[in-house]
Design a protein around this ligand. Structure first.
Ligand code: AMP
Ligand code: MG
Length: 424
């Protein structure tokens, strides 16, 4: 038997169970122990790079700007030619896209933003400080030497690292790479994740008596896809140990992570744990001091990490943000973003039963006078519904020993908006 857990305990060395439940921190450490950084990479075009993780530092192939150019529409000239005068003859025009032109001594060239500077020019005056008289220009306010020029290499040097390794590619990275003439980028391969739901109650099409639709798989697919995973949807499995064990056994080491929902509790139909073991897997941790999501199970099946989430759809959502997103981060070589670590203030009073950390949806009501978000608690502690999340800006978590939250007290939360969370 490949089972190194005890019911209510866990096989991870790092785990110290609190009562018969594992603390959230230890459970997260256990989840992370089951995954290691992927080594494979893909070479993708910029169009396909959005959201991918860079596999190496990206180095500037050239200095930028590529050549000295004008920062303004105006006139380019030699500053010394203006000493004692305020008018210069105009020798011509140079626009963006033109080849660099010569500047005859004692003259000015009409120049547009981005146009290459004539080699001997050392100053640009903006059009607003001149009177353009066609064949000559009257310069009302003489700028300092070097004004309004963008010099070659002043933005970045050739060979400089412009995007660090293990960066999630955002639109501005794509713009920067394009500005550097880069067309393809080496990224970490997508984590391969298998997903299935369990439950005889899950129907599709017209529902029979006692049936409900599968909410978890579509939500998990969306969450995993958003996090950059390559998903294999294995559908719904019945509440039958042998069928589930056969399905797990047929995965043939093709995945980095296997995610299931339901059947990890202690009821008579909760066969995931036994099925994992029967398929040759190992259970590393089970049961977390967490609400919702107490029966979460961590393990391995051949090379893959195995994360069994409970069936309650809100627990699945929490399990993704708390455990799966950290596992995906580690797989792609990134430091997991700590869950619910952004400071905020409670905008509500709440008394609760201690013993388990609790995660709940929150809405930002506004900001206090120190700029901290003030949060309203949404939903209640018993329901599995996802409905409160539609009004939520994120999730908040209170510690297992927290009995009361008072209006104005500090609280930490997990904004859904990554920018707000300070996530790169
Ligand atoms: P379980 O963890 O399998 O005992 O399921 C706990 C609760 O979640 C039960 O009410 C299930 O009917 C429900 N549930 C399980 N899986 C799903 C699913 N995929 N979609 C919606 N509800 C589910
Ligand atoms: Mg079930």
């Amino acid at each position: 038997m490949h089972m190194d857990r005890t019911i209510g305990g866990c096989g991870c060395d790092s785990i110290a169970a609190t009562g018969d439940l594992t603390s959230v921190d230890d459970a997260l450490a256990c989840a992370l122990q089951q995954v290691t950084e992927l080594t494979g990479t893909d070479r993708v075009s910029l169009d396909d790079a959005m959201g991918r993780i860079t596999a190496q530092p990206l180095v500037a192939p050239a200095a930028l700007p590529l050549f000295d150019n004008s920062a303004m529409d105006g006139f380019a000239f030699r500053r010394s030619d203006l000493d004692g005068r305020c008018c210069l003859p105009v020798a011509g025009t140079v626009a963006a896209g033109d080849a660099p032109r010569d500047l005859p001594p004692g003259t000015a060239l009409r120049i547009f933003t981005g146009a290459p500077l004539p080699t001997s020019a050392d100053t640009v005056v903006m059009i607003e400080a001149c009177i353009d008289k066609g064949t000559k220009v009257h310069i009302e306010t003489a700028p300092a030497r070097g004004a309004n020029m963008r010099l070659k290499g002043s933005d970045q040097a050739e060979g400089q690292t412009i995007i660090a390794t293990r960066t999630r590619v955002a639109p501005h990275h794509i713009g920067l790479l394009a500005a550097n003439g880069v067309t393809h980028v080496e990224v970490v391969r997508r984590p391969r994740v298998a997903v299935f739901s369990t439950g005889d109650e899950l129907g599709h099409g017209p529902l029979g008596p006692g049936q409900i639709p599968d909410a978890n798989r579509p939500m998990l697919r969306a969450l995993l896809r958003q996090a950059g995973a390559d998903i294999c949807d294995l559908g719904v499995l019945p509440d039958d140990m042998k069928t589930t064990a056969r399905a797990l056994g047929a995965l043939n080491d093709r995945f980095d992570l296997i995610v299931t929902t339901g059947a990890v509790s202690m009821g008579g139909k909760d066969h995931i744990q036994a099925a994992l073991v029967a398929a040759g897997g190992t259970v590393k941790g089970w049961r977390v001091a967490l609400k919702p999501g107490k029966p979460v199970l961590f393990g391995t099946l051949e090379r893959a990490a195995f994360t069994g989430l409970p069936g309650n759809p809100f627990a699945v959502h929490v399990g993704f943000h708390l455990f799966l997103s950290a596992q995906l981060a580690r797989l792609t070589g990134r430091t997991p973003r700590p869950f619910a670590s952004v400071p905020a203030i409670a905008g509500f009073d709440w008394s609760r039963k201690t013993g388990r950390a609790e995660v709940f949806p929150v809405r930002r009501l506004g900001y206090d006078d120190m700029g901290r978000p003030v949060l309203e608690r949404l939903g209640n502690s018993v329901s599995a519904t996802l409905l409160p999340l539609t009004a939520a800006d994120g999730l908040a978590m209170v510690a297992a020993d927290c009995a009361n939250v008072t209006n104005g007290a500090p609280l930490t939360w997990h904004p859904f908006c990554q920018a707000e969370a300070g996530d790169a």
